[in-house]
Design a protein around this ligand. Structure first.
Ligand code: P53
Length: 476
C-alpha cells in the first residue's frame, strides 16, 4: 500500500502556464525569448524579444488570471499537492536587484493561499528554466560564479516568505538536461548559456553545473536554518538507459550513459563528487573552477529526497553512430529505438517498467525518500462533439506507470513521497513550444498560433484520476 499521506497531484511550471509575462513588474526570462518549434524543429533563441516572432510562453494558458478556477478543478480531482515554480523574474526582474518586487511575492501568496484553502499543498521548484534574461545576457549565466549569490538571494527571499506554506522544495528543475549540450536550448534554459559557442562545451556545461551544485547546497543549508521542517530535494530527469544487447560493449555503454543522471544526483545526494567524476574532469581542456570552500559547501547541504521526472527509457547500441547535431530529442550518438516498446508522436518511448527501474536504482544507490515530480504523455487531441476528449491512451499510460510505481513501493520497498502528473492542465510544451502536445486532465482551448478561447474542458481522464486519488491508487 502507498502511505496514507501519499502526495497525489499534478506538476506545472510558471513559464509554461502563467502568461502575463510583463505584468506586475515581471522581467524577461530566458523562456521569453524562445520561439515556437515543432516536432523535429528546434525552438530558436532570439536576441531579446523580436517583433513578428511567436513566443508561446508570453501568454501561456493565462493561469496568472485564471488560477482560482483552475485550482478549483484540481481540487475537484482530489489533488493533495500541486508542483509549480516561482518565476524568478517576478521576484527579481533582472536578477541583480537587492529589493524583491512585492507585487510578484504577493501573487505567489495568493496562489499558495488558494491551493491551501482547497487542501492542496504547494510543492515548489525555485528555478524551472526561467532565469532572468539579464543574468544570461549581461552576466554570462551560470558560467559566472556571481550567479550563486544572485540565486541564493532569490531563494532566501522565497524560503523566508513561504516556509509556512511550502514544505517540499527543489532548487533546479532537471539540472541534468544540459548534459545534452548538442542543442543550445537545454544549456540556455538550464543555465542561460549557449554551450555550442564555448571553446570546450563539455567543460562549460560541467562548470555551470558545478556552480549550481554549490548554489543548491547553500540553499539547502539556508532552508534548514530557516525552518527545519523544510524538505529540499534535487530534481533530475531520470534518464533510464538500457543496453540493446548483452554484448559487453553495450552493457558498459549503458552503464556510462546513466552518468547523465548520476553525475548530478551523486553530488547533490552525497555532497561530494564521485570517483568517476575525477576522470571526467581530468579530460577537460582546462581544470574546472572548484574551490575548497565549494567542496565544503557541497557537504554541508545535501538534499533530503530525490525528486525526478520520468517520461521514457532509452537504449544504446555500441555499433550505432546517429547524427545528433542539433537534435531536439534527448540522445547521444549510440541511442537507438527499443524494439520492444512503442513511442508517442514525438518518439518518446513508452516504458512503464522503466519507472520501477528508476525507483529501484535510486533506492539502491541512495536509500533516500523519493518523489516522482513529473510523469505523463503528450498527445495531439481535439474536443469531440460532447466537448470532451476520450483520452483512453493517457489513462492507460498513467495507469500502467502507477502500477509499476506501486510495485516499486510494495515489492521493492522504495520509500515514495508522492506522484505528480506533468501538465495536469494543458500547457505550453517545453521542448517544442507547442500547445498541441497536450498532457492535461483538463483541455485548454488554445492553439499553437495563440488563437482559441482559453476555455477549460474536462477530459475523460479527469474522472479517472479522481477515482485513482480517492482510492489511494487502488482503483486504476
Ligand atoms: P515537453 C526531456 C526529457 C524528459 C523531460 O516536456 C523533459 C525533457 C525536456 O528537457 O522536460 C520536462 O513539454 C520538463 C518540463 C517539460 C516536460 O518534461 O517538451 O521538466 O518543463 O514540459 C515535458 O513535452
Amino acid at each position: 500500500m502507498l502511505r496514507s499521506d501519499f502526495l497525489w497531484g499534478g506538476a506545472v511550471s510558471a513559464h509554461q502556464l502563467e502568461g502575463a509575462y510583463l505584468e506586475d513588474g515581471k522581467g524577461l526570462s530566458v523562456a521569453d525569448v524562445l520561439t515556437a518549434g515543432a516536432h523535429g524543429v528546434s525552438r530558436r533563441i532570439t536576441s531579446g524579444v523580436v517583433e513578428g516572432e511567436c513566443y508561446p510562453n508570453h501568454g501561456g494558458i493565462d493561469f496568472y488570471h485564471t488560477f482560482e478556477q483552475d485550482i478549483a478543478l484540481f481540487a475537484e480531482m482530489g489533488f493533495k499537492c500541486l508542483r509549480t515554480s516561482i518565476a524568478w523574474t517576478r521576484i527579481f526582474p533582472t536578477g541583480i536587484e537587492h529589493k524583491p518586487n512585492e507585487a510578484g511575492l504577493a501573487f505567489y501568496d495568493r496562489l499558495f493561499d488558494c491551493m491551501i484553502a482547497h487542501g492542496i499543498q504547494p510543492v515548489v521548484t525555485l528555478s524551472h528554466f526561467e532565469m532572468p534574461l539579464y543574468l544570461a545576457d549581461e552576466c554570462g549565466g551560470w558560467l559566472n560564479r556571481v550567479l550563486i549569490d544572485h540565486f541564493t538571494r532569490f531563494a532566501r527571499v522565497c524560503l523566508e516568505r513561504y516556509h509556512e506554506k511550502v514544505t517540499y522544495w527543489m532548487a533546479f528543475n532537471e539540472i541534468n538536461n544540459q548534459h545534452n549540450f548538442s542543442n543550445d536550448v537545454y544549456g540556455w534554459t538550464n543555465s542561460g548559456v549557449k554551450f555550442s559557442k564555448e571553446k570546450d562545451p563539455r567543460r562549460a556545461m560541467l562548470q555551470a553545473a558545478h556552480y549550481q551544485f554549490v548554489a543548491s547546497a547553500i540553499v539547502t543549508r539556508i532552508a534548514h536554518e530557516i525552518d527545519p521542517k523544510i524538505k529540499m530535494g534535487c530534481m533530475v530527469a531520470a534518464d533510464v538507459v538500457y543496453p540493446l544487447s548483452c554484448h559487453p560493449e553495450d552493457v558498459l555503454l549503458a552503464n556510462d550513459a546513466m552518468h547523465s543522471t548520476y553525475y548530478f544526483t551523486d553530488v547533490m545526494v552525497r555532497g561530494a563528487y564521485p570517483n568517476y567524476a575525477k576522470r571526467i574532469h581530468e579530460e577537460l581542456s582546462e581544470p574546472l573552477d572548484i574551490t575548497n570552500d565549494d567542496l565544503a559547501a557541497l557537504t554541508s547541504g545535501t538534499v533530503d529526497y530525490v525528486g525526478f521526472s520520468y517520461y521514457m527509457s532509452n537504449v544504446v547500441d555500441h555499433s550505432a553512430h546517429v547524427d545528433v547535431s542539433d537534435s531536439v530529442s534527448y540522445s547521444d550518438e549510440h541511442m537507438v529505438s527499443n524494439p520492444y516498446l512503442e513511442a508517442n508522436e514525438w518518439d518518446w518511448q513508452i516504458d512503464p517498467r522503466g519507472l520501477r527501474y528508476a525507483l529501484k536504482a535510486f533506492d539502491e544507490r541512495y536509500g533516500l525518500p523519493q518523489f516522482i515530480v513529473e510523469n505523463g504523455i503528450g498527445i495531439i487531441e481535439t474536443l469531440d462533439e460532447n466537448q470532451t476528449v476520450e483520452d483512453d491512451e493517457r489513462i492507460s499510460f498513467l495507469g500502467e506507470h502507477i502500477k509499476q510505481m506501486k510495485l516499486a513501493v510494495e515489492e521493492d520497498g522504495v520509500d515514495l513521497i508522492g506522484y505528480t502528473v506533468w501538465g495536469c492542465i494543458d500547457l505550453v510544451s517545453f521542448t517544442t513550444g507547442e500547445m498541441r502536445k497536450r498532457y492535461g486532465f483538463i483541455y485548454v482551448d488554445k492553439n499553437d498560433d495563440g488563437t482559441g478561447s482559453g476555455q477549460r474542458f474536462k477530459k475523460k481522464s479527469f474522472d479517472w484520476y479522481q477515482r485513482v486519488i480517492a482510492s489511494n491508487g487502488e482503483d486504476l
